[in-house]
Ligand binder design. Sequence first.
Ligand code: NAD
Length: 471
Amino acid sequence: MAPVKVTKICCIGAGYVGGPTCAVIALKCPHITVTIVDLNQARVDAWNSPDFALPIYEPGLEEVVRKARGRNLFFSTNVDKAIEEADLIFVSVNTPTKKSGVGAGFAADLNYVELATRRIATVATSSKIVVEKSTVPCRTAESMRTILEANSKPNCRFDILSNPEFLAEGTAISDLFSPDRVLIGSLQSQEGIDACESLKQVYSNWVPQERILTVGLWSSELSKLAANAMLAQRISSINALSAICEATGANIDEVSHAIGYDSRIGPKFLKASVGFGGSCFQKDILNLVYLSESLHLPEVAAYWRQVVEMNEYQKRRFSKRVVDTLFNTITGKRIAVLGFAFKADTGDTRESAAITLIKDFQSEKALVNVYDPQVSADQIWLDLQEASPLSSLENIQKQVHICGSALEACKNAEAVVIATEWKEFNNIDWEAVYAGMNKPAFVFDGRLLVDAEKLRKIGFTVTTIGRPSSV
Ligand code: NAD
């Protein structure tokens, strides 16, 4: 079988990955019809909304959707029809971490991947290339193949590829327009190589050949977990060093700068912070831990687990620093938390450090004002309820107040905590913030964002990650 010329693509899952990725494919490949499907009607409605009130915030995304939607890009809940018509299907469903179940711990929950795979097998009446876009444990493609082959109709063949997504939320569109690399994993059989070539031709519409890497299936699956583990490890490493800086008088910015000059280390991803969040880093490392354990490699599992434990330690250490600095009690004190998204330029709050901080402040009986420029109040309430399942929303609302601006959040507060590196927090009228706060007024910069010297001149006591409190 020669490589198939792809003319119709279906993407199962219209989330943070499926939506932007396949919208960009549609934009760059006007000859291909791309249908992105999801079971979540509200999400699909938002993608189709006449005023482009899209379900996710991502710089540049609206423009892409405006150009392609209705031309060759469609969003639908009709999963079966899109599967049936497509010659290539991306599986881009969620793969959360299992929180309960037999030996649960931290295994990836592959329920959504399995259901989507079974749906493909049931519905398809012609051959398909099935592409794992979701991040999955190594050798998941094998399970998918077994399910597909056991349920397929005669004359239907399925070729499975792994094509993990490396986009970062907040820069998804520019990452997709100009990726460092596109990774495609396939079986090394003739059919596998042909299927790989078909997908390669899709990306070749805008990605230079030398950036399209083709590898074996298992290497591709593992590379995605490994890439996220290495990135998260770098953050935990610099955060571990930030604790030493705070205790010794060294300055983590200077240390990062100095070590980043080493060309073997490089300067990127060396910024200390209150800790990483997002739906991927923790989940993918725990996935690697679980994989290592199931392969009877306990030392390898312990090594990677430490990256997550350091991240938890960093968040807790930061909360404790706030309490310690506010004279060892925050009971009844108002704390303004600026930022709720897990990082700037996204509305995504999954595993956001802000959630842990607010929960810690709640447990110390503080009053918390929250402001984020992109995250809706509904989402904040949902996350806080999920974080404290034993508290009613009513009780949470007695302690937490959601504000419409940074200035409002800081009014009558004792302390401001910067939890997300939104640029607008740098441009706040800090003089006005200071005037509205109780004194002494404290700022805790969890993202090394603000000009601490400028704030100190105004009168704030500023505490930043990776520097001793007195400096
Ligand atoms: P998401 O939760 O935003 O989106 C997944 C979507 O799939 C949901 O809208 C859900 O309703 C839908 N879905 C689930 N089962 C379905 C089914 N059977 N039929 C139709 N729709 C179904 O998740 P996401 O952030 O887009 O992540 C998707 C995958 O990509 C995950 O494996 C994740 O680890 C990986 N990934 C995420 C990122 C990121 O930055 N978010 C980056 C790279 C890789």
